[in-house]
Design a protein around this ligand. Structure first.
Ligand SMILES: [Zn+2]
Length: 852
């Protein structure tokens, strides 16, 4: 796409000036907040001298501007203001500005805004320019001192609290930071507090700030924070660096959470949890997100990104770190499977369509549109591969060097790869293609056996993506193990390093032809293409020692079967059913792992696979086939389900730990199957008996899945009406389990509900997002799903373009489907583009998705 407003990596220039210190004073008021800024500035010696000073600023009313105390008259334009070089000293100077902003009218939730009476900020990526005039770019790092004046009892900003009085506080952050890490919060809040003693013996005050009444739901988030702090010390040697660490929960938030220095701001959904209101998945997500934002203190804050093209430098690495943490806290096997499920569902999907982009893109129009699965999840996969290639020791040395060398800097992917090169001696030139080239490689595998030698032949294919027709060979770490036909492992996991388009690896001295377990642990983010018989898959499901590949074998069995059902009308034979029955009943396996094995492949996953195999996916056919598989599995397992459910009952009070959560997951998976044969009797009883949200939502889902549960839905609503986070589940569930031909209608009805507060991003996602996540409903042949989602995105766009644009990715799979569906989606996207005043965010997305 060519767009005059596009920003290109190749055009990077350091900023004209350095900002050494920033002093900000806020006088908070809903419609007329005053922001005074005092910047200590000097020309950047790395640039030519005598340059104008350009400051970003949007929607600000400039009240005053002075240089070294001398008032200047400058007329701001749409995106900022320029102070001509002639008006600036050629040495250090002080720039003072005063602006007025209106947080109450800020519905975009970027910059300083209000959420149910409290003030809060979101500055990443470019929100600070809506607060004051400033060089709003990550490579401008400065020390901030902030004074907050306001009526609210709690007034917070970054860094350490250095002074306070009635109606004001003053904060000093000793660590230079870019403006996107600035934060301010003011509200009537209560703290859940604790103390953490760091490795070197310093005490840090920890506070989680919430609305009055929510204090009792912070314990798990606090526990997660303390474990994260400890883990980062133990595993990465990273210690926290301020006297205080604050987390604030906010109801209206575009994203999950934000790592502002010393003052993390969270979507309340990812902080507040009690057994009665949060599911096991919620607890796990809270733990992971608390860890993620905390880990940013080093990977993101102390070392930040030079420009937004380097976003994966902080996000890929921090996602990788939070994945390691969760694996250590819970189960590495289960975590890996869940991460790969997510990678395929979001990132492979993105890579297969018109939005495919590199982990480090070369250009963008609106940076908010690049907070994607590719930057985050593929960015983390790339780091996992680096680690497999250089080994644990090499990785540890490289990371130590990274922290030593780049602390306090705004770094690049080149800097990152250079530390690996310097610490391990490995040349990173070819590996760098993972950062610059988009697309999911396809890895074709064949094998042969001669005398005593078994050979694996690999061929990689790097498909064309928008703007990148031709690509070179990628470095692929391929973890392989070999099993004897009797199930014994003859070659433990070995990492083969593929660097050419075609490559073969031979294993000698084998008495019999082995069974290969390829791409163990999903050692590279590729699509594996290998003709494997159902018998061999069942063998690997039974015997593979690698838990990921064991699960993958069962998954592949299910997908092969579903694909044959949809395309050839195949019947469900006993092979898959017996293999599943063995897993379900294998008490030696972790219940969480068994629950994952019993989960059928998602409809979107099937559509993605069918498209890749050259078929046009039929959403209704996939839906029906998947239902039939679930019914058949339920009938096969029926005699054993009540016993399995009873054996997994947890005596004693609810605990959110991984062991208990895994048992509940398997119990609910079994209950869901049982509901298909007992008419919902067991699920209704489970709903009545539930004393925690996991089982309440789990049993309700079982009933909705078989077209029942109206009474339970009404009871759920009556009980939870005043709890916003719980009610999000109530909205989403009804749509998720609606029959495909009714999904749009159910959604439409829920948009009329008095509690459908569509300006709240969580609520919008739980309704409109639930419809776009309902594969057969969204892609229903009537087009009702497309029309309703498009209509609501257009309604949201003028108020909150960031969320509207992000949710528009619902449409990015359109090239997979038949001509009628393609035409309907193209028409919807073109209608968006024809709308007056469409945001830059949504315009960019629609243009990219249309691919014109
Ligand atoms: Zn992050």
């Amino acid at each position: 796409m060519t767009d005059a407003r596009a920003i290109h990596l190749a055009d990077y220039q350091p900023f004209s000036h350095l900002i050494e210190h920033v002093a900000l004073t806020f006088h908070l008021s809903p419609n007329a907040t005053r922001v005074q800024a005092r910047l200590a500035v000097r020309p950047n010696p790395a640039r030519e001298q005598g340059l104008d000073l350009r400051l970003d600023g949007e929607g600000l009313r400039l009240v005053r501007l002075a240089v070294d105390g001398r008032e200047l008259t400058v007329q701001p334009d749409e995106t900022g203001l320029t102070i001509r070089a002639a008006d600036l000293p050629d040495t250090a100077f002080v720039l003072e500005t005063e602006v007025e902003i209106a947080p109450e009218g800020n519905t975009a939730l970027e910059g300083l805004y209000m959420s149910r009476g409290m003030y809060c900020t979101q500055c990443e990526a470019e929100g600070f320019r809506k607060i004051t005039f400033y060089p709003d770019r990550p490579d401008v790092m400065a020390r901030f001192r902030v004074r907050v004046n306001g009526d609210h009892p709690v007034l917070l900003s970054n860094g350490n609290l250095v002074d306070q009085g009635p109606g004001w506080t003053e904060w000093d952050d000793p660590w230079p930071k870019p403006a996107y890490l600035f934060a301010l919060v003011a509200g009537d809040l209560r703290a859940h507090s604790a103390t953490f003693r760091t490795l070197s013996g310093r005490d840090v005050a920890l506070n989680i700030w919430v609305r009055p009444g929510d204090e009792g739901r912070c314990a798990y988030a606090m526990d997660s924070l303390i474990r994260s702090m400890k883990w980062d010390e133990q595993v990465y040697g990273r210690e926290y660096d301020l006297d205080i660490f604050n987390i604030v929960a906010v109801d209206d938030f575009n994203m999950g959470a934000m790592e502002n220095k010393g003052l993390n701001i969270f979507n309340s959904k990812f902080v507040l949890a009690s057994p009665e209101t949060a599911t096991d998945d919620d607890f796990a997500r809270i733990e992971a997100i608390i860890a993620h934002e905390y880990f940013h203190n080093w990977t993101g804050n102390r070392i930040t990104c030079r420009d937004w093209f380097q976003l994966c430098l902080k996000e890929g690495l921090t996602v990788y770190r939070d994945q390691q943490f969760t694996g250590d806290m819970r189960s590495h096997a289960v975590k890996r499977i869940e991460d790969v499920l997510m990678l395929r569902a979001r990132q492979f999907r993105e890579d297969q369509g018109p939005l495919s982009h590199a982990v480090r893109p070369e250009s963008y129009v609106e940076i908010n549109n690049f907070y994607t699965a590719t930057i985050y999840e593929k960015g983390a996969e790339v780091i996992g591969m680096l680690r497999r290639l250089v080994g644990d020791d090499g990785y540890a040395r490289a990371l130590d060097l990274y922290f030593d060398r780049h602390d306090g800097q705004a770094a690049t992917i080149e800097d990152w790869l250079c530390v690996f090169q310097d610490a391990t001696g490995r040349d990173m030139t070819q590996f760098k293609r993972w950062y610059s080239e988009a697309g999911t490689p396809r890895l074709k595998v064949s094998d042969d056996f001669n005398n005593d030698t078994y050979t694996l032949h690999f061929e990689q294919e790097n498909p064309a993506t928008p703007g990148q027709p031709v690509k070179g060979a990628k470095v692929l770490p391929i973890a392989v193990g070999l099993l004897n036909p009797n199930g014994d492992e003859v070659l433990p996991t070995t990492v083969l390093e593929m660097t050419h388009m075609r490559q073969s690896f031979a294993f000698e001295g084998l008495a019999t032809r082995p069974v290969a377990s390829v791409l163990r642990g999903f050692s590279a983010p590729v699509v594996l293409e290998r003709a494997v018989s159902a018998e061999e898959r069942a063998f690997l499901l039974a015997h593979d020692t690698d838990p990921f590949n064991k699960w993958e074998a069962g998954r592949a069995l299910a997908k092969d079967l579903l694909a044959r059902m949809v395309t050839e009308g195949a019947a469900i034979g006993p092979g898959w059913l017996e293999a599943m029955a063995r897993v379900a009943q294998d008490g030696s396996l972790d219940p969480a792992f068994r629950a994952l094995c019993l989960r059928l492949p998602s409809e979107d996953d099937m559509a993605q696979t069918q498209h890749a195999a050259g078929h046009v996916p039929d959403p209704a056919g996939i839906y029906a086939g998947r239902r039939r598989m679930g019914d058949a599995l339920a009938r096969r397992l029926a005699p054993d389900l009540p016993g399995l459910i009873a054996s997994l009952a947890e005596p004693g009070p609810f605990t959110p730990d991984a062991r208990a959560a895994g048992r509940r997951a398997l119990r609910l998976a079994a209950l869901s199957l049982l509901s298909r044969v007992d008419g919902g009797t067991a699920a209704r009883a489970a709903y009545r008996a539930a004393d925690n949200m996991t089982e309440e939502v789990g049993a309700l889902s079982c009933l909705l899945d078989i077209g029942q549960g109206a009474e339970e839905l009404a009871r759920f609503e009556a009980r939870w009406r005043s709890d916003r986070n719980v009610m999000d589940k109530w909205f989403a569930l009804q749509i998720a389990y609606a029959a495909p031909d009714r999904a749009a209608e159910v959604t439409q009805t829920l948009t009329q509900h008095p509690d459908f507060d569509w300006k709240n991003p969580n609520r919008f996602r739980s309704v409109i997002g639930a419809l776009s996540g309902h594969h057969a409903g969204f892609h229903h042949s009537s087009g009702a799903g497309y029309a309703l989602v498009a209509e609501w995105l257009l309604r949201l766009d003028p108020l909150n373009p960031q969320t509207a644009a992000r949710m528009s990715t619902a449409f990015d799979t359109w090239p997979r489907y038949d001509a009628d569906r393609q035409a309907m989606v193209r028409e919807a996207l073109q209608r968006m583009l024809a709308t007056d005043g469409l945001s830059r965010d949504l315009t960019e997305m629609a243009v990219r998705m249309l691919g014109d």
